[in-house]
Design a protein around this ligand. Structure first.
Ligand code: FFO
Ligand code: GTP
Length: 456
């Protein structure tokens, strides 16, 4: 654990989004925060945790920089656990630049790296690693369900679960070690009967926790839905129609026309990444289309959910390549119902497969049926993303450590000697400790915090 001392550098950064804004906050953390403030105000610092309106000046020239609201926290009662100063500035570019440049010339201060404030909060014991990760998730949260998950994790739900498990292992280990110390030489080895159910029980709990369909991870990243279908079925039109209707968050990323196009949607609070793919057909016109179809199939295979689009005007014919892709994770859509005739729809809906497909009749052009499609997709999303009362793991990092933990526990149960069982339980405990950062995780920190934004 890093203690606050004069050898720790003091860091500063713009904590709010860059660019012109109403108010911009510059945050300073470290032992020199108070003296940096004094250098800008020319006065003694205000009382901690009290916002004060103060004139800020460039210490080199005396040039006025802003009339700012200044807030000071003293170690350890701050977000980072260090002395912290916040400068709540008018959010003009020249104001922010002036203040940042004035801080840059002060001795012992440097610009913060991404995530460095939160990293210091972790290193000073203010947050465990899962809570620190949740801070980043909360900032990235774009939908209600993502916010709920991030907040719960930031409040410690996941960390407490793992710490609780680790405590159980610590007690089990003490038991095993006592057995080692006091065992008669001729006693048979292995884990004592009293400890066995504790270890087996935890291995089971971890298995249940892991067997969650990856919902916590998917909720962080967004459910991947791929629109698939024959060329001209209306896939792109459908994507555009869905994006316009629920365009809370839309960021289109178009590659070549044959490449995959993605939009982000908020479906009833669940984050969805909806992808339009190249039309499937046997004989591609050229290499580019062939590659497009290969990508479409690949995306369909990796998608959590598929929307299979059929052209209602060609009913009762159903494109066989699209039919092939339909499974339990597929929503079937008959599009262009505005153009389809009775001669298409009646035989189409009485197809022997129709009840299984349960097609939703839509028109990307008129908007008919889109609400029903959205509702169906929301149900599919809730099914795959909704989190129950128990906290979910949210990262591949957590999953890998939990699998390692469980394997060690299973090995401990099979160990022929208590010494070997003890070692396996130690490994299991260490794997849990790496998730929360209770054991040495120095090697992980750069990777974890590099994904944060500057000023966080
Ligand atoms: N202006 C501002 N707003 C902000 C933050 C910030 O740093 N500055 N936060 C930053 O992300 C979040 C709030 N998080 C914070 C967490 C802890 C402490 C803090 O002072 N903790 C002390 C005292 C706790 C208490 O009094 O209850 C401590 O933990 O000892 C402050 C902010 C969101 N809003
Ligand atoms: N009348 C009508 N026309 C539609 C509808 N949906 C799509 N179209 C038309 O069908 C044609 C193909 O639509 P797209 O959305 O480009 O079809 P696509 O499936 O993405 O086609 P590819 O990218 O070639 O695979 C266009 O001319 C659209 O205007 C609809 O609901 N009603």
């Amino acid at each position: 654990m890093v203690t606050t001392n004069l050898f720790t550098t003091t860091i500063y950064a713009l904590a709010t989004a860059p660019g012109r804004s109403g108010v911009a906050v510059v945050r300073i953390s470290g032992p020199q925060a108070g003296s940096a403030l004094a250098a800008l105000t020319g006065r003694t610092p205000p009382a901690p945790r009290r916002a004060v309106l103060t004139k800020l000046r460039d210490p080199r020239t005396g040039d006025a920089l802003d009339d700012a609201l200044v807030l000071r926290f003293t170690a350890p009662a701050s977000f980072t656990g260090e002395d912290v100063v916040e400068l709540h500035l008018h959010g003009g570019r020249a104001v922010v630049t002036g203040v940042i440049e004035a801080l840059a010339i002060l001795p012992g201060l440097r610009l913060a790296e991404p995530g460095e404030f939160t990293r210091r909060a972790f290193e000073n014991g203010k947050l465990d690693l899962t809570e620190a990760e949740a801070v980043a998730d909360l900032i990235d949260a774009e939908t209600t369900a993502q916010r709920r998950q991030a907040l719960r994790q930031m409040e410690g739900a996941l960390g407490k679960l793992y710490d609780g498990w680790r405590e159980r292992l610590t007690r089990a280990l003490a038991h095993i070690e006592a057995d080692i110390d006091f065992a008669e030489d001729d006693l048979p080895g292995g884990v004592a009967d009293a400890v066995r159910p504790v270890i087996a029980g935890l291995a089971n709990e971890i298995a249940t926790h892991l067997d969650d369909g990856g919902r916590g991870e998917r909720l962080r990243e967004g459910l991947h839905i791929a629109i698939v279908g024959a060329p001209n079925a209306g896939k792109s039109s459908l994507l555009n129609a869905l994006a316009r209707r629920d365009a809370a968050i839309v960021s289109a990323r178009a590659g070549t026309t044959r490449d995959i196009i993605e939009v982000h949607l908020d479906l009833g609070g669940y984050p969805v990444v909806l992808a339009d793919t190249a039309g499937l057909r046997e004989a591609a016109a050229d290499e580019v289309e062939e590659e497009g179809i290969r990508r479409a199939r690949d995306r369909a295979a990796r998608a959590d959910v598929k929307v299979a689009v059929f052209d209602a005007t060609t009913l009762p014919d159903l494109d066989p390549a699209t039919l092939d892709l339909i499974d339990a994770d597929t929503v079937v859509v008959f599009n262009k119902t505005d153009l389809a005739t009775d001669g298409n729809l009646r035989p189409g809906l009485s197809l022997i497969v129709a009840p299984i497909l349960a097609p939703i009749l839509v028109s990307a052009h008129t908007g008919a049926g889109l609400k029903a499609l959205e509702e169906k997709l929301t149900v599919f999303s809730a099914d795959r993303l909704a989190i129950g009362s128990a906290p979910s793991l949210t990262r591949a990092r957590h999953r890998a450590a939990l699998m390692e933990c469980r394997e060690s526990l299973l090995r401990a149960l099979d160990a022929p000697l208590p010494e070997l069982a003890a070692e396996d339980v130690r490994l299991a405990s260490r794997a849990l400790g790496r998730i929360t950062g209770r054991v040495d995780v120095e090697d992980l920190l750069d990777v974890i915090f590099q994904d944060f934004c500057i000023g966080k």
